[in-house]
Design a protein around this ligand. Structure first.
Ligand code: C2E
Ligand code: CA
Ligand code: CA
Length: 696
């Protein structure tokens, strides 16, 4: 019986062993006292023991010292009330390897009750690999967590609407918002409008390649400051297909600052903060091409301080530096915002004036004006603390339009001109182009001389007869002449334009009117002359004065001239501005008896509507039509039309510049009313005219 039992047991043990050995897990069967009765082959790779070594040993051999004591108790409890625990129920325990080390295994238990007693089957799975994979994943996750939390880079997860879903502290710091605030905001609320297009492109990139960047942009932080950023990111998809974007956000303010600093060092003068030579070249190039587009002249002024070396030598470099800084400041104040002020080095500055004028002489005139303003500003002692410095300069100017001259050439030209300014006695401006300089100089001289002429009464009036159909002198046109002390008699073409531009025309015109009216009142006492009308030219500027009518009235009053003998010659351009005001002025003069003739008729705007509305008495056919009236059928037609028009409006017509009999005959046939021109007489000084008239 004993032997049969033993054999049976042995047989069943062998078959059990065969089953056990086939499984991937180690199998142990122990009896109710914890003695191992069966061990599968897999125990060796897991626990280090050969199966044989374990047979007859207590299961506690495999329990680490620390748990051995309580293990026996647990085992007894388990025997008393067994529950089957399947493998994979994640019961991890620590076992003791043969080499004494501990190893983590997963264990499943079940109780076997048999005729020969209660046994416990333990299946033991080696989970070292799984364990280390899990550990690796955990370590990896932890590492990522650290990187995420400790990264100085902002890391942020947004959904496709730009809402912030997850972000690290660095990101909060970059944005200046708290985590709570950020969750309520989205990307667009921090992004300035100007990035709209760039953002669209980012979304395209994401759609095409799955990532974007590096992309530089700005965020507006909570405090309103702007932070420059560099972003890189990638799109990820959740298992449900929803898309998100992970972005790495780098605050690049300090990089930007150093870039700016480098730029500043490379392109700006340390002392004055003005653009230096390198930047000047760049700016000048742009100014030149812009002048080409706008067809407006620009100018480069090279400004060299005359006495800077003395200041530096006698007062020291610190004071010298302060003077230079002050000069820079004054230069900037002397020009418009678009203009460029740069420092070439030492006491040399450059001013580039842009968009001056499309007329070269007008451009040169403005250059001269601005240069003189600069000289004046510098000359007005520079105040530094208690000391003041006179800082005269020599300025060389060179004009440009279009790309004919290079930047280098322009600077060279201005440099040459500057040396000439020095040679000319300093504190002055000189142009590279000598003819321009002569023109500018002449104009400036003219202006100066005109002022003197007005003060010293160097003007006189000439009188040109106006002749009726019947060849009688019916009136005169007063024409101004300048009796220049050196140049002799100067015709108005040589100075009226400058007088207009400088405003001197106002006092000049007043003088003409006054003189003409004096003449009228004298003639009033001379029977031969009392019926003559006197035409006076009035410039637009002059007529434009608000009190013009009052001025005329006052002159009429003080001279005692008969208003009915006075005729004012206006050009069409006078009538084009502010029609209402013009009409009021003309009407008030008309009510005094003053007449109006429209000078140079046909050359102006020829909008005829005003002819009906304004109290005009006469049209004056321009000299240019009269000149060619026999040669050019077009001019002949114009002359005829003007005459017909005048008559249809009950206006009289006078033709000016009549030089030949044939011209006069033509006009006579066309029914012109009166004539003026060399055919009858040139403009004459008063005594000659009076003689001319008396002899007639
Ligand atoms: P305007 O008002 O058209 O004056 C007529 C000009 O034609 C005068 O030139 C006169 O000398 C000239 N002239 C007259 N007959 C003939 C002719 O048969 N052939 C030619 N070729 N020319 C003739 P002037 O005196 O040199 O005046 C030129 C312009 O100066 C005037 O043109 C007028 O616009 C302006 N001006 C003259 N005096 C005054 C004045 O007192 N005040 C203002 N504001 N302008 C004046
Ligand atoms: Ca005239
Ligand atoms: Ca005229």
């Amino acid at each position: 019986m004993q032997a049969a039992t033993t054999r049976a047991l042995q047989e069943s043990e062998e078959s059990l062993n065969a089953i056990f050995d086939a499984g991937p897990d180690a199998m142990l069967i122990s009896n109710n006292e914890g003695i191992i009765v069966l061990a599968s082959r897999q125990v060796e790779p897991i626990l280090g023991y050969k199966p044989k070594e374990l047979l007859g040993q207590s299961i506690e051999l495999l329990v680490p010292d620390a748990y051995r004591q309580e293990h026996a108790e647990h085992r007894n409890q388990y025997i008393a009330s067994p529950t089957t625990r399947l493998m994979g129920q994640r019961r991890e325990i620590t076992a003791r390897h043969k080499d004494g080390n501990e190893c983590t295994v997963e264990i499943g238990l079940s109780q076997i009750s048999s005729a020969i007693g209660v046994f416990v089957a333990s299946s033991i799975r080696d989970i070292r690999d799984r364990k280390s994979a899990e550990d690796a994943v955990r370590a990896h996750a932890e590492k990522l967590r650290y990187l995420y939390e400790l990264s100085p880079l902002g890391i942020v997860l947004t959904d496709m609407e730009g809402r912030y879903l997850e972000f690290n502290q660095a990101f909060e710091k970059i944005c200046g918002y708290s985590a709570g605030e950020l969750r309520a905001l989205d990307y667009w609320q921090l992004t300035p409008r100007k990035y709209e297009d760039a953002e669209k492109k980012i979304l395209d990139d994401l759609a095409c390649t799955g990532h974007y960047g590096p992309y530089e942009k700005e965020y507006v932080r909570k405090d309103g400051t702007v932070v420059p950023l560099r972003l890189n990111g990638a799109q990820v998809a959740a298992s449900n297909g929803e898309k998100f974007i992970w972005s790495i956000v780098e605050d690049i303010s300090s990089r930007k600052q150093s870039e700016d600093k480098i730029r500043e060092l490379a392109f700006f003068d340390h002392l004055t903060g003005l653009p230096n030579r390198a930047l000047l070249h760049d700016l000048l190039r742009r100014a030149i091409s812009s002048s080409q587009r706008s067809e407006m002249f620009g100018a480069l002024l090279l400004i060299d301080l005359d006495n800077f070396k003395t200041i530096n030598d006698t007062r020291g470099h610190t004071v010298g530096d302060q003077v230079l800084t002050k000069v820079a400041e004054l230069l900037k104040k002397s020009v418009r915002n678009d203009d460029i002020v740069a420092r070439l080095g030492g006491d040399e500055f450059v001013v580039v004036l842009v968009h001056l004028d499309s007329e070269i002489n007008d451009a040169a005139g403005s250059v001269k004006e601005i240069a003189e303003k600069i000289l004046d500003v510098l000359d007005h002692r520079i105040q530094l603390g208690n000391s003041s410095f006179q800082c005269t300069a020599s300025i060389g100017a060179s004009l440009f339009r279009g790309a004919e001259t290079t930047q280098e050439d322009l600077i060279k030209q201005a440099d040459l001109a500057m040396y000439r300014a020095k040679a000319m006695g300093r504190n002055t401006i000189s142009f590279f182009d000598p003819t321009m300089e002569a023109a500018v100089l002449a104009r400036a001289t003219l202006e100066q001389e005109l002022r003197i002429a007005l003060d010293e009464n160097q003007f006189t009036l000439y009188y040109q007869p106006q002749i009726s159909k019947t060849k009688e002198v019916i009136g005169v046109e007063a024409l101004i002449r300048w009796l220049h002390p050196n140049r002799g008699l100067v015709a108005p073409d040589g100075f009226i334009e400058v007088a207009e531009e400088t405003g001197l025309i106002l006092s000049m015109g007043h003088w003409v009117l006054h003189t003409a009216c004096l003449q009228l009142s004298r003639w009033a006492k001379m029977p031969e002359f009392e019926d003559l009308t006197l035409a006076v030219n009035v410039s637009a500027h002059q007529f434009g004065q608000a009190d013009f009518a009052t001025q005329v009235q006052a002159i009429l009053l003080t001279t005692g001239a008969n208003p009915y003998r006075l005729k004012l010659e206006l050009t069409e351009s006078v009538l084009m501005v502010n029609a209402k005001e013009i009409a009021a002025k003309m009407s008030s003069l008309k009510s005094l008896g003053v007449g109006f003739s429209l000078d140079d008729f046909g050359t102006g705007y020829s909008s005829l509507s005003y002819l009906k509305l304004l109290p005009i008495d006469q049209l004056k056919i321009d000299r240019s039509f009269v000149r060619d009236v026999l040669l050019d059928p077009n001019d002949a037609a114009i002359a005829r039309t003007i005459i017909a028009l005048a008559h249809s409006l009950q206006l009289s017509v006078i033709a000016e510049g009549v030089e030949t009999q044939d011209q006069q005959k033509f006009l006579d046939t066309a029914e012109c009313d009166s004539y003026q021109g060399y055919l009858f007489s040139k403009p004459l000084p008063i005594d000659e005219f009076e003689k001319f008239h008396s002899d007639a």
